[in-house]
Write a protein of this length. Structure first.
Length: 112
């Protein structure tokens, strides 16, 4: 049995099983626990050799990040050029910031 939260017939069956459980609904109604929470709890109790939904999600996310990193950063040479451009831009912005600070300091300390 796999515990994947979808709108499939298996999901509906697990949902019905969670609803029929005599102990969980009384605790759920006492503490305000929803049927979905009980279903997730049932899925967390499931132990098997199959890959869980979270493990699949983590694998897909890491694959997506790898593809994104490759498309964003490209090869090493383009990355080095882009880093050099960004460093130059940072230097320029720091100089502008210093000039503005000096100018505002002169205005504030200038005797009236």
């Amino acid at each position: 049995m796999r515990c994947v939260i979808t709108r499939s017939s298996r999901h509906k069956r697990l949902y019905r099983e969670a609803s029929r459980d005599t102990h969980v609904p009384s605790l759920g109604s006492l503490y305000g626990i929803s049927k979905t929470t009980r279903l997730i709890h049932l899925c967390s109790l499931h132990q098997g050799s199959e890959e869980t939904y979270l493990e699949k999600a983590e694998k897909l996310y890491s694959l997506m990040c790898a593809v994104t990193d490759k498309s964003v950063f490209g090869d090493g040479e383009n990355t080095k050029v882009r880093v050099a451009e960004l460093e130059e831009e940072v230097k320029t912005l720091k100089k502008i910031n210093k000039d503005l600070y000096d100018f505002s300091t002169q205005l504030l300390t200038k005797p009236s």
